[in-house]
Design a protein around this ligand. Structure first.
Ligand SMILES: *[C@@H]1O[C@H](CO)[C@@H](O)[C@H](O)[C@H]1NC(C)=O
Ligand SMILES: *[C@@H]1O[C@H](CO)[C@@H](O)[C@H](O)[C@H]1NC(C)=O
Ligand SMILES: *[C@@H]1O[C@H](CO)[C@@H](O)[C@H](O)[C@H]1NC(C)=O
Ligand SMILES: *[C@@H]1O[C@H](CO)[C@@H](O)[C@H](O)[C@H]1NC(C)=O
Ligand SMILES: *[C@@H]1O[C@H](CO)[C@@H](O)[C@H](O)[C@H]1NC(C)=O
Ligand SMILES: *[C@@H]1O[C@H](CO)[C@@H](O)[C@H](O)[C@H]1NC(C)=O
Length: 392
């Protein structure tokens, strides 16, 4: 404890005296897009339950819109903070029409027509279920309407894919609006998450009780200790790399130091993590602990909410659109075994293991050499999805 407090003070002090030559750390999505030579627009999309979502648009050839869907505690930034090398800029340079969404509650979408995120607990009453069932269709309809197209492609990372699976399994009419889902590090089943996560998740129910009792519905709220530490300690090139990289990040997302260098930490940890709900964490923990990719478990209230004692599993066999599963062999969060369970339940899936053996959960969005091991397969799917065998 003493050590942590000391480090916090020390790094805050250092921050005052250090010269910050990491310009990208302080730029938002739009500013980054412009800096890297693109035309970028911002839209507010309001969901039918009143959340106001920020949608970024890098203007390209509107005949082929692509939605980028970020993962948990993340934002659209994840697809652009690698700058010239990032997926958003790379797609844009190829002339693609790029739409980067922000789910309810993250730093860009912490707004609602009537609810106040700082005062109303109800604002945080959601998980990836609502993101999939309410946020994603609002974004899809907005993009299709804006571009005049009838179909689009979704590229998701991590929980960004859980959302798509929720939507296309339950609101099956959305399958025909999606050419293909390109799922990077796809998280759905979490039966086989690896150590140390496998040891941490069982602790969640106790943590959850404490958070709930103390009214903390917002995780990574601005100004709280974890967020303060991320912005002030993890952003320090050396100490941040040692403490946040080697001790925390690599154990969770898988070690791949070659792809995530200390110099990137000042940029990454100004943008990540961002806010989400306690309930979102709770839902994910349930999936892992109960070994079911199912709707939120309200315990005794299930009968009231669902009319049954156990929440229904997501009916994945309803998903008729193409789903390409891009898997990292060194990804403890979307373990190969779990992704294979998913593959076997999807009617139209294409399964691909990234050729770089060290590929971890983060490499799909911020790996230094994504253009080597990731982009070729992404572009192959984007261009030739009709020719690829989605039945393996
Ligand atoms: C990004 O920064 C620009 C320039 O400061 C600002 O005009 C814009 O509103 C910002 N966008 C968001 C979503 O914060
Ligand atoms: C946009 O893409 C379509 C289909 O690939 C192509 O036919 C059209 O010429 C492109 N438009 C521009 C302005 O490049
Ligand atoms: C949260 O939402 C669920 C269903 O969406 C509802 O059943 C439940 O009562 C809500 N909980 C609170 C505390 O508002
Ligand atoms: C579709 O776009 C038009 C104009 O761009 C707008 O007037 C209309 O409200 C939009 N409809 C939906 C459902 O977003
Ligand atoms: C977080 O709080 C700091 C200090 O009050 C502020 O400068 C920053 O803009 C806030 N960030 C977000 C994402 O709200
Ligand atoms: C989706 O799956 C469920 C359960 O397998 C099935 O009962 C339902 O009819 C399906 N819905 C559609 C629209 O296909």
């Amino acid at each position: 404890m003493y050590r942590v407090v000391f480090l916090l003070f020390w790094s805050a002090l250092r921050c005052v005296i250090c010269d910050n030559n990491y310009e990208d750390a302080k730029l938002n999505f739009t500013q980054l897009a412009v800096k890297y030579g693109q035309k970028c627009e911002e839209f507010d999309v309001t969901t039918k339950d009143g959340y106001i979502l920020k949608l970024f648009h890098i203007v390209g050839n509107e005949s082929n819109p692509i939605i980028l869907a970020h993962g948990m505690t993340d934002s659209a930034d994840t697809f652009i903070i690698r700058g010239e090398l990032s997926l958003a800029i790379t797609l844009a340079k190829k002339g693609c029409d790029v739409w980067a969404l922000n789910v309810r509650g993250n730093k860009y979408s912490r707004r609602h027509e009537t609810l106040n995120p700082d005062k109303d607990k109800e604002f945080w009453n959601y998980s990836f279920h609502e993101m999939g069932l309410t946020d994603l269709p609002a974004i899809i309809d907005f993009v299709l309407n804006n571009t005049g197209q009838s179909q689009l492609t979704i590229i998701g990372h991590s929980q960004g894919n859980q959302m798509s699976l929720v939507l296309t399994s339950l609101f099956t009419e959305y399958n025909s609006k999606i050419k293909a889902i390109i799922a990077l590090g796809p998280v759905a089943f979490m039966h086989n998450v690896r150590f140390p996560l496998s040891a941490l998740i069982p602790l969640w129910p106790s943590i959850n009780i404490v958070l709930k009792a103390s009214g903390q519905e917002e995780i990574f709220k601005n100004g709280t200790l974890p967020t303060y530490a991320a912005r002030n300690v993890c952003t320090q090139k050396e100490i941040g790399y040692k403490l946040c990289g080697q001790r925390v990040l690599f154990p969770i997302v898988g070690p791949d130091p070659d792809e995530l260098e200390p110099e990137f930490f000042p940029i990454m940890f100004e943008h990540f993590p961002t806010t989400t709900s306690r309930k979102n964490f709770d839902h994910c923990a349930q999936i892992s602990l109960k070994k079911r990719f199912a709707q939120f478990d309200y315990g005794l209230d299930n009968l009231k909410v669902y009319g049954s004692l156990v929440p229904a599993e997501y009916p994945l066999s309803n998903i008729t659109t193409r789903v390409a599963l891009l898997v990292g062999l060194n990804d403890p969060l979307a373990d190969v075994t779990d992704v294979k369970i998913l593959r076997d339940k999807l009617p139209n899936s294409y399964y691909y293991e990234i050729k770089r053996e060290q590929c971890n959960h983060a490499d799909f969005v911020i790996g230094k050499n994504m253009n080597d091991y990731l982009y070729p397969i992404v572009f192959e799917i984007l261009q030739n999805y009709r020719k690829i065998n989605f039945n393996n």
